[in-house]
Design a binder for this molecule. Sequence first.
Ligand code: PHE
Length: 335
Amino acid sequence: MSQLDDLLEQIEDLEQESREKLEEIESLQECEELRVKYLGRNGEIQELFGQLGQLPDEARAKAGKGINQLKSSLEKKIEEKQEKFEQLQKEKQLEEESIDVTMPGRRRGIGKRHVITQVQDDLTDIFKRMGFSLALGPEVESDYYNFEALNIPELHPARDEWDSLYVDEENLLRTHTSPVQIREMEKGEPPVKIICPGKCYRRDTPDATHYPVFHQVELLWVDEELTFANLKYLIRSFVEEFFGPEFSMRFRADYFPFTEPSAEVDIMPPNGEDWLEIMGSGMVDPSVLKAVDYDPENYQGFALGLGVERMAMLKYGIDDIRLFYRNDLRFLDQF
Ligand code: PHE
């Protein structure tokens, strides 16, 4: 057999073989494998071209034409297969990802205010309805506002009661909301009639009734001719609204450096056995009025401070303050 005939036969064989192989493939991957096998840089077509060099001119032209034809028909067929498989793959993907519009939706949990925020807002709202307006102050407070201006000089034993967390020599995390009294009075002349909710901090080890972060609601009213009777009436109205009319209430003499006289307020539930302390209160001490340049001869005022956690515990019968801060939804969802 001549070299030319041999080569032409090889071309024919390859043509036949590739046609069969192309019929059999079932994936893009196999398609690519065939492409490399036939058309790749070291593929079989290339190998046939390699044999051309040994042929005389005329035979070479003939065989070359045959190989070229095979090559372009292979390229075309493989490309067609490739497109077909790509299309199939796309369809399959669409099918798998398709959305079933009849499927019931996933319920999205709706959040709500934390029980402490709820109680704080409730308390604040009651006093807002009585004509007090909202005031806020910084949680990092200076020694002056937290203590000095409230008649608690350095070394005063009352500082022990408000054991503090200092951020530097001069500033601390406020231990009560009372410094906002001073900040509001400094803004201008009376009347001052404000309510101030907010976070407070003390260096307390957590136990059932203490937590280093807690909330207070502060109230201050300074005006002409305000008396202790006005304070009592206001607190009585507040207790009735927040706890209900069946709760009893009493005032117990107490001491705060910034109020004189001072009183703790106790309440008793309808069938209760013990008095429960709910707030500190009193008439604003004249030395506090002087610290903000108010004339104590012309102005009087009263103030009170409520512990929000304490109010929530009494209202809902909760016996451990730490429950508020454990972020256990089984607890928090109840409110
Ligand atoms: N600031 C006081 C405390 O933290 C409470 C208080 C406020 C007492 C206003 C009297 C008047 O305990």
